[in-house]
Design a protein around this ligand. Structure first.
Ligand code: CIR
Length: 262
């Protein structure tokens, strides 16, 4: 199984990024770029083919490429990001995906950010956050597309966080009974039905974003208390530095679109 990750470089304009729940602080763009390069190196070390798109200095949030597409084995959905300033990000991503999948687009008035879509393949279910970025029209368009290929959409109304995947990601290996790492304070009770949920450490509200690649589970290095909880539950997580990109409200999943190539 060959995995491909599409990434995008850290733009010089990163300091002009969208911010919703964080106060603006000084971002060291060179340090962010170094952390991003190290993230790509970790992906390559896991056997992932990294395809980096051309730089787009005029698009401050373009490094957070996850928000521009949802890629399933059967179809790729190119999103219409909820923030106006991010809409121009999608065309290059659509082009890059065209060789790999049938591509469907979210159309106005729908909005959808990829960070709001948590795919639990074992249940053929997409949990979709209704957020400041993702609206009902976007969710309904997504539902129509994925219903045709056998996935159910379950809407989750989060609070106090940007995207659903800020609050929950899957930590179990593909094919195993699913287990999610969650921040329960940002989620309604029972949001994931009977899927097992492991809560993050309450002192680390941003620690629920992990990136599972085969046997490896990547986790932002600053969240040591949650990593200890993961360890106690039998999950060995690999720490990856991303605290500079976190100032732009980005996490680990945001920086790539990862999919299996046919
Ligand atoms: C934004 O607000 O759109 C960016 N500054 C951060 C996007 C993070 N993306 C993600 O969580 N999927």
């Amino acid at each position: 199984m060959q995995l491909t990750a599409i990434t995008r470089p850290v733009p010089a304009s990163l300091a002009n990024c969208q911010l919703t729940h964080l106060a603006r602080s000084v971002i060291d763009v060179r340090r962010a770029a170094a952390q991003h390069a190290a993230y790509e190196t970790v992906l390559r070390s896991l056997g992932v083919e990294v395809v980096q798109l051309s730089p787009t200095p005029e698009l401050p949030d373009s490094v957070f490429i996850e928000d521009t597409a949802v890629v399933l084995p059967e179809v790729a959905i190119v999103t219409r990001p909820g923030a106006d300033s991010r809409r121009a990000e999608v065309s290059a991503v659509e082009q890059a995906l065209t060789g790999h999948r049938r591509v469907v687009r979210i159309e106005p008035p729908g909005t959808l950010d990829g960070g709001d879509v948590l795919v639990v393949a074992e249940r053929r279910r997409l949990f979709v956050g209704r957020s400041t970025r993702t609206n009902d029209a976007g969710i309904e368009q997504l539902r129509t597309v994925v219903d045709e290929v056998g996935y159910e959409v379950v809407v989750v109304q989060m609070q106090d966080c940007l995207h659903l995947k800020s609050a929950a990601t899957q930590i179990s290996r593909a094919g195993e009974p699913p287990v999610l790492l969650v921040n329960p304070h940002w989620l309604p009770a029972g949001a994931f039905g009977n899927i097992a949920c492991l809560p993050i450490h309450p002192d680390e509200p941003y620690a629920a974003n992990t990136l599972r690649i085969g046997d490896a589970l990547l986790h932002a290095s600053q969240f040591t208390l949650t990593r200890h909880i993961l360890h106690l539950h039998g999950y060995t997580a690999t720490p990856v530095d991303n605290d500079e990109l976190a100032k732009a409200e980005g996490a680990l999943t945001c920086c790539s679109i990862i999919f299996e190539d046919a």
